[in-house]
Design a protein around this ligand. Structure first.
Ligand code: SF4
Length: 333
C-alpha cells in the first residue's frame, strides 16, 4: 500500500483469530480528513519493502493473495466503531498491501452495506496488472495507488519489490484500471531527496502520470520516521517546484491539522495506544484525532512515557510518539 501504512501488531497470520482488532482510529489523514482505518493484512506482509514505509521492514514479501482476516469479523468491527465516531472516510490500509486480501471485494461490499461513508483504498497498485485484482476493488469510492519513478532502477531502489514485479507491468495495470474504474483515482507520488527528485526523474514521472490521467496527483514525502534512514524528505521549496511542473491536478499533501475532520464521541487510553502501535503520531495528530486540546493530550502522553508504554522519536525536527510494541523501525512513511 502506499504511503500511509500502519502496523497492526495484534494481528497474527491466523485468519480465524477472532480476538484481533482490524479497525483503528479514526486517525487524521493528510489526504482524506478523519479516516477510520481497516487493516486487512498482518504486519508486515506486502509486495514491496519501501525505504519510506512507516510500518517497518517487510517480513513477508509476497504476491500470493489470501483471506488473511475473516470478512464478517471486519465488517462487524467497522459497524460497531461507527456507533462511536463519524469519520470522513473508511480507509482500507494497515500493515501491508490490502489487495493481497483475496476477499477485499466482499469487505468493500460489506462496509457499504452497513455505512454510508465513502470507502477509500490505499494501495501500492503493484497487482493491478491482474484483472481479478482490478475487479475486486472497482466498488471503492477512492483508490490511491503510488508511483515513484519512470525508471526501473529507481523503482527497485525505493520499493525493493518482490522479484517478479516489473515497473512496466505495474504501469500497464494502472492504465487498464484507469479505463475500467469509475471512482476517483488519486495517484500518490512519494518523493525522496537525492533519489527521485532530479529533473530527469520528475520529467519521466510527469509523462507516465499524464498517460494514467488520475483525478489528482498527491505529492508526498517522508513525514514520519521511515523504515530506512536513506529515505530523506524534500524541502517545501522543491515540492512546490514539482507541484507547479506537474500542473493543476497536483497538490502537496496538506498537513492533517489543516484538513476538515469529523468528530469522535468517545475515546479511551486503549484507543490511543492502539493508534500509536500502527504509526508514529505527533501531539497535534493525537489531539486532532481525539478532538481534545493539545495540553490535555500532552498529559496523557506523559503518563504513557512514565509507564514505559510509549517512546519518543525525533524526525525532521518534530517529535513523534509510538507504542513500545509498534512494529516500526527505530530510526519512520
Ligand atoms: S512497504 Fe511500501 S507498499 Fe508496502 S506497506 Fe510499506 S509503504 Fe506501503
Amino acid at each position: 500500500m502506499n504511503s500511509t501504512n500502519q502496523t497492526n501488531p495484534t494481528n497474527s497470520t491466523n485468519p480465524t483469530n477472532s480476538t484481533n482488532s482490524h479497525v483503528f482510529g479514526p486517525v487524521p489523514s493528510r489526504r482524506l480528513g478523519l479516516s477510520l482505518g481497516v487493516d486487512l493484512i498482518p504486519a508486515k506482509t506486502c509486495t514491496f519493502d519501501c525505504l519510506y514505509c512507516q510500518a517497518g521492514k517487510t517480513t513477508d514479501r509476497t504476491l500470493k493473495t489470501r483471506s488473511f482476516v475473516p470478512v464478517d469479523e471486519v465488517v462487524s468491527q467497522v459497524e460497531k466503531r461507527l456507533l462511536q465516531c463519524e469519520p470522513d472516510v473508511i480507509t482500507l490500509a494497515g500493515s501491508g498491501e490490502p489487495t493481497l486480501h483475496s476477499e477485499i471485494d466482499q469487505v468493500i461490499e460489506g462496509i457499504k452495506a452497513v455505512s454510508g461513508t465513502s470507502v477509500a483504498l490505499l494501495t501500492n497498485g503493484s497487482l493491478f496488472w491482474d484483472r481479478e485484482i482490478r475487479r475486486r476493488v472497482l466498488r471503492a469510492d477512492i483508490v490511491m495507488p503510488t508511483l515513484v519513478s519512470a525508471f526501473d532502477e529507481t523503482f527497485r531502489t525505493i520499493h525493493r519489490p518482490h522479484p517478479e514485479l516489473a515497473l512496466e507491468t505495474i504501469v500497464g495495470g494502472l492504465k487498464r484500471f484507469r479505463n475500467e474504474y469509475n471512482g476517483e483515482l488519486f495517484l500518490e507520488v512519494v518523493l525522496l531527496a537525492g533519489i527521485n527528485d532530479t529533473e530527469k526523474e520528475v520529467e519521466g514521472l510527469k509523462a507516465l502520470i499524464d498517460g494514467i490521467s488520475p483525478e489528482k496527483i498527491h505529492l508526498n514525502t517522508v513525514a514520519r520516521p521511515p523504515s530506512d534512514s536513506r529515505a530523506k524528505s524534500l524541502d517545501r521549496e522543491r515540492l512546490e517546484e514539482i507541484m507547479l511542473f506537474f500542473g493543476e491536478k497536483a497538490e502537496i499533501v496538506v498537513d492533517a491539522s489543516a484538513v476538515k475532520r469529523g468528530s469522535i464521541k468517545d475515546s479511551l487510553a486503549g484507543d490511543l495506544l492502539d493508534m500509536m502501535r500502527r504509526r508514529p503520531l505527533r501531539l497535534i495528530d493525537i489531539a486532532d484525532s481525539l478532538g481534545r486540546p493539545v495540553d490535555h493530550v500532552e498529559d496523557l502522553i506523559k503518563g504513557f512515557l512514565i509507564k514505559g508504554d510509549v517512546r519518543k522519536q525525533e524526525h525532521s525536527g518534530e517529535i513523534f510518539y509510538l507504542s513500545r510494541e509498534a512494529n516500526v523501525h527505530k530510526g519512520r512513511k
